[in-house]
Design a binder for this molecule. Structure first.
Ligand code: GLP
Length: 256
């Protein structure tokens, strides 16, 4: 695990964007796993800027989003479909048929989840997965629990997540209680993973992600089992990391 502590949100987003662009330069038909939430927004902005400058080309890229709320139409302003088109896809040259996001309005959710897994598999798996993290340590919508899902499934959102995500909705009551999320194995099968986090309210979750112990109560801690994880965080999100507690193979860098 490589942990990169950047000065601020701008520099961490730029670093992540450069890594995504490098992935696409190395493999133009890369399969990207993409995340939503407030954290990756500036990374998407930087990638749009690089696309406009001809520094990256999404023509052959395939994308697979981590999750989607159940019950929201694709054109609902709070759906992750809407988020992805509005903040990223409409500004770049990714082909519509290469965009994959779970359908929150599927008639048959079990089938939707199975098909989503199958689509990722058929595409050859995810080359680079971008992740955010919930303040409770969730990744995708894999919430802390006694056991975690292996593959893409419908999940119940915790009170904490509903409350945290209500800032994007009119009220807490409008936040869907369920979502479709890639499972832990779906995520961990990616060749490379980049996790982004910023701010004090992520500091505890980041500490538990890297502290050398694994627990399903801290889903992000399972990333310690993956050989190619880069965590890019700002100083606030890094503030509770105790270097002595880091897992043995952690590489810790503070950028000036
Ligand atoms: C949602 C998403 C996660 C994301 C998290 C954090 O719950 N399902 O993928 O990581 O929000 O969001 P933010 O970056 O806004 O804190």
């Amino acid at each position: 695990m490589r942990i990169i502590v950047e000065n601020d949100y701008h520099s961490m987003s730029k670093k992540a964007a450069l890594m995504v662009a490098s992935q696409i330069t190395l493999k133009p038909d890369s399969n990207l796993g993409l995340a939503t939430g407030g954290t990756p927004l500036a990374m998407y902005d930087k990638l749009i800027e690089m696309f406009r400058e001809d520094e990256v080309d999404f023509n052959e890229v395939k994308s697979f989003n981590l999750d989607e709320y159940c019950g929201l139409e694709a054109d609902h302003p709070n759906s992750y479909h809407y988020y992805m088109y509005d903040n990223f896809f409409k500004e770049i040259n990714i082909k519509k048929e290469n965009i994959h996001i779970p359908n929150g309005k599927a008639d048959d959710f079990d089938r939707e989840c199975r098909d989503y897994e199958e689509t990722i598999k058929k595409a050859g798996g995810i080359d680079l997965q971008i992740l955010g993290i919930g303040s409770n340590g969730h990744i995708g919508f894999n919430e802390p629990a006694e056991s975690l899902n292996v593959a893409t499934e419908v999940v119940n959102l915790t009170e904490e997540t509903i409350k945290a995500n209500s800032r994007y909705f009119e009220s807490k009551d409008n936040v869907p209680k369920k979502a479709i999320s890639m499972g832990m194995a779906t995520i961990l099968k990616a060749d490379r993973i980049i996790l982004l986090a910023r701010g004090k309210n992520k500091a505890e979750a980041i500490k538990k992600t890297v502290n050398g112990k694994i627990s399903t109560q801290e889903p992000a801690s399972l990333l310690q089992t993956h050989p190619q994880v880069t965590i890019i965080i700002d100083q606030e999100a890094a503030s509770l990391i105790n270097k002595k507690d880091l897992s043995a193979d952690c590489h810790f860098e503070i950028c000036k």
